[in-house]
Design a protein around this ligand. Sequence first.
Ligand SMILES: [Zn+2]
Ligand SMILES: [Zn+2]
Length: 354
Amino acid sequence: MTSTNAEPPDPRKAQARALSARPGMSYAAALRQVVGSAQPWQPKHRWVLTDEVRDWLSGDSRRGDRRDLYAWLDNLPATFACDLCGEPGDARTADCAITPVVTAYDPDFAPVTRHVTTRKYHATCKPSSMDWVPETELPPGPLYLGLRAADRPDLIGTVDFGVHALLDTDPEDGIRHAMLLLTARIVEDHGRGVFPWSTELELYLGSQGITSLAALDDDDEPAWTLRISTENTVGNRPPWIAIRIGHGGYDDTPRHLLLREVDLPDGWADAARRAGHVDVAVGLCTRHWDTAPVPEELADGIADIIKELSFITKTAADNHCDCALLTADHAVALVESGAFLLGWVRVLSDDGIG
Ligand SMILES: [Zn+2]
Ligand SMILES: [Zn+2]
């Protein structure tokens, strides 16, 4: 810690001298206050702690977990079977070590550093350390988007989105473009039907830069960002995507429109990362198409295809949603007709930081 040369002046003594210059405080009292506050916390038992374990106990390296871990450690049973040698240990009578196993922070998939378990050792077997592990219990993500009725602010309509990753091949140059098709289902309409909520949805999307093809301004920086997680770091974790619509809440973590497993066509993630952005087409779920602004001709054309395909694929669980049958060509036609809105999202790096 200190150099081998002459001891540097102790800053705490200087602080104490400054404090004692205040009326009514002796130098001894000031020194006690300054030194006392600089004294690191010590555990009740003989747990030998490293700086990284201290950082976790103090909360410095924790996210979304505000427990008092000093009290936790002091209440931890002092006797244990060593996780390395298997022999009994007792932190009341001998130096011992702990290794908390804690999920590593990830802004989208693990915004809370979850304390999974704690390993205990004889200090002679293994020094204290942190074991940061990937989160395996992935969050289901937000299930609904709440929309406030313009004329009744106390009324919140809720929407959930089907998400479909599509690859659109440019007929001119053959380059493949990654698209996301989001199909909105009004799941709570307060008896008002789909139409007023689809209008509220359109207003919300417009405020986020998702708008009709005619009104779209390519120079606008998108409000949303996209994280694509294809790394198979956690067991057999399937590909996940996160659409972030801002930050806020606890510890300023991302707020999501979607945080969900998706089937990604081959080459989709590569195309998205290469381009640095993904087009997003948003419209109503096929189940609402009786009230959607889909041109009749287009709707009929797509409906015919859906009818044909769904004859083969439909199951009861589909709940009349045929959106999974829509292709990139359908998505483009829906956007061109003005029935679906278009925007784009910037693709974040794999770790979700930049
Ligand atoms: Zn041991
Ligand atoms: Zn649908």
